[in-house]
Design a protein around this ligand. Structure first.
Ligand code: IPE
Ligand code: IPE
Ligand code: MG
Ligand code: MG
Ligand code: MG
Length: 302
């Protein structure tokens, strides 16, 4: 299953790259006027040729669990990846985490400038919703509206952006393990929760399946941020493609800071076990999702 996971992930990466390249073409589309070359170059720097692409993988594999493959799930995954890439561009800004390196390359504000990075983030966020609203994502408008509403909730004040606010407000403060969990459920968990729920939505799965996938994705997201926080203390910049050993320096509220790396690693194992256990109702049909979940404990599929 591990080999099949690697091969499916590498196949998804190729298909996603082609789609993102097409979505970030120089020609203005439906309702747009022109696409300024500098802004487009910054968006392409942020979104193309890099990243593990795990969120879109979960969208596509969840949809496949419910019997749907092809362009629709891939577009829903691409929309989510646009939001994720925007969140990274803004996360790296001097006003936020102030980082110079991302995916082994200079961050967008370093390669361009801060104003361009802010705008590239804005434009990636709105592109995501244009992608979801397009009929080629799904012929049924109610399904498209469901995807839009779900991504909006996951990205906004009660999701990723809200979590980023709490993350910044918590620097240098001692949070309880429960408060850290809430912050992480929002800043990273919400997009993973959306990934799995979006796969169920685009596949027209039942409300029960959708709820199960939502819970599975939320648990994955917690595991993912735990793994990222551990990476910060265990990896170097060449392995991670971004600066490491920075969370302690900035006084970030993480489970690693609170519990220490050993207990945080144990918590990661338990959280992943819980996530995989949630897939039990689907039996062997969910083996690919389980393998993808397990990869989070091993560096996210490489
Ligand atoms: C980094 O996410 C930001 C977090 C939520 C921890 P990823 O580790 O998925 O980043 P890429 O997309 O692979 O670069
Ligand atoms: C980032 O968390 C979460 C979002 C971008 C929403 P981090 O700040 O830990 O991510 P890295 O370590 O910079 O990738
Ligand atoms: Mg951050
Ligand atoms: Mg950061
Ligand atoms: Mg981090």
């Amino acid at each position: 299953m591990k080999d099949e996971f690697r091969s499916r992930l590498s196949d998804l990466r190729i298909r996603l790259e082609l789609l993102l390249d097409r979505l970030l073409a120089p020609t203005a589309t439906g309702g747009e006027i022109v696409r300024p070359a500098r802004l487009l170059a910054a968006m392409r720097h942020a979104a193309l040729d890099g990243g593990k692409r795990l969120r879109p993988f979960f969208v596509v594999e969840t949809a496949r669990l419910f019997g749907v493959e092809g362009e629709g799930p891939l577009r829903a995954g691409a929309a989510l990846e646009c939001v994720h890439c925007y969140s990274l561009v803004h996360d790296d800004l001097p006003a936020m985490d102030d980082d110079d390196l991302r995916r082994g390359r200079p961050t967008v504000h370093r390669a361009f400038d801060e104003a361009t990075a802010i705008l590239a983030g804005d434009a990636l966020l709105t592109l995501a919703f244009a992608v979801l609203a397009d009929p080629s994502t799904h012929p049924d408008g109610a399904i498209r509206a469901g995807l839009v509403a779900n991504l909006a909730a996951a990205s906004g004040i009660g999701g990723m952006a809200g979590g980023q606010m709490i993350d910044l407000l918590s620097e240098g403060r001692d949070l309880s393990t429960e408060d850290i969990r809430t912050l992480q459920a929002m800043k990273s968990g919400a997009l993973f929760r959306h990934a799995c729920e979006a796969g169920a939505i685009v596949a027209g799965a039942s409300a029960e399946d959708r709820g199960l996938m939502r819970d599975f994705g939320a648990r994955l997201g917690l595991a993912f941020q735990l793994a990222d926080d551990l990476l910060d203390v265990t990896a170097d910049a060449s392995q991670a493609g971004k600066r490491t050993a920075k969370d302690a320096e900035r006084g970030k509220a993480t489970q690693v800071a609170l519990l220490g790396p050993k207990k945080a690693a144990d918590l990661l194992t338990v959280t992943l076990d819980e996530a995989v256990a949630m897939l039990a109702p689907y039996g062997a049909r969910a083996d690919m999702l389980a393998a993808a979940a397990r990869s989070i404990g091993e560096g996210g599929g490489g």
